[in-house]
Design a protein around this ligand. Sequence first.
Ligand SMILES: *[C@@H]1O[C@H](CO)[C@@H](O)[C@H](O)[C@H]1NC(C)=O
Length: 408
Amino acid sequence: MSSTPYTSLLPQRSNRNYTIAALAVGLVLIATGTYHQRERLPSLRLDALAGQRYCTNDELSVGHGRWEQVEIDAHTWPRLKQSVGYTCSDNRHALMCFTNDATQLPRLAASNSWRWKPEGCTLRPFDAKKLIRRLGDNSRKGKAGRGLLFVGDSLQLQHVQSFECLMGQYVEEGFMTDKEVNGLLLGEAAGRLDFVRSDYIAQPENDYEIIMPETEEPEDIGRFVRKWSHLVEDKEFVVLNTGAHWGGMTVRLTSVSFLPPSLELTVLSPSPSPSPSSPALHVPQDRHLELYHNVAQDVISLIDQFEHVTLIVRGSVPGHVNCSQYSAPLLEADSGVHAAYNWQAFEHYNKIWKDLLEQHPRHQFLDVSATSLRGDGHRLPDTDCLHYCLPGPVDTWNTLLYHIIMGL
Ligand SMILES: *[C@@H]1O[C@H](CO)[C@@H](O)[C@H](O)[C@H]1NC(C)=O
């Protein structure tokens, strides 16, 4: 029986063991070893070759790993989609770099050719079937709490659409539109996947208060500050983020005029004269942090009313100035590359959450700071250097979310 070219490259098992043993002996010799160096070798081997220890949440951050190049099949758009594990329905803006024009395929291919590799530990490999089974646990046990609610701004919409695409084969009914409030039903009794657009989580025009479940949503409510609290009680997880719309710098929201109106996409852009319709303006930076802290506390108090609900706060990832210059991930963190808009404030927002959540160990901080190295793969260089192409770096937020949920 002839073996495939791939397996024929591997030595026979006994040879392989011999090779490893020889390599180990070689390493010891090269180390011209003190006794201590020799002793370290077995544990090194365990990590590098077996690698079975799963990362703790603290080991997911940007300082604890690197982006590793992987091969994907990017021959055609459908093949790329399959290669990255997307099984959602096609032809929506989530599945392209602003356009599904074939000219973008090489860029999309490049930005999908990287996987985050933490050092000294491994991530649970994303498995949609295991996740859907896990999400159905409460149903089978007759316990409260089904499915997930995603709350946040347009980046959170990307997060949930990526989640939908990675779980596409288990979507029973519906799909994530680009609407401010929408959702779908997962299969296998896993409950709903809901999304609510709420740029600040709270209502900036009303003292940054969160609309409580029993309070009716005002009829004239803004499109991007919708009520979400009423969708918490039936969920098992609330995945939440807010950051990009808070600001120490003067920013305003502008619609990208060349997009079809149905896409409802916004980008942050500098404002020469602050728009009165954006109440978050005119507030100094430290006041913003105080407000942000209060909102975060209110979120935790609200979720804590429901014992069966776990809050997972995704960290905010800053954009990259002049992002067209990047064709691969950065090798190390550099706050200088984020020097625009309020991007450099994101680390303060993340710290506020981390500190608060430490006092509430039931809830989780989803550290996606690895993405801060991803200057490549942005949706529209250099116009939009904050959002990403889908599929792309945002998918990592879901592989990390998976890692956390499966580890609870
Ligand atoms: C971005 O590009 C502008 C215009 O070319 C340049 O002046 C600026 O220094 C660049 N900034 C960074 C951080 O690369």
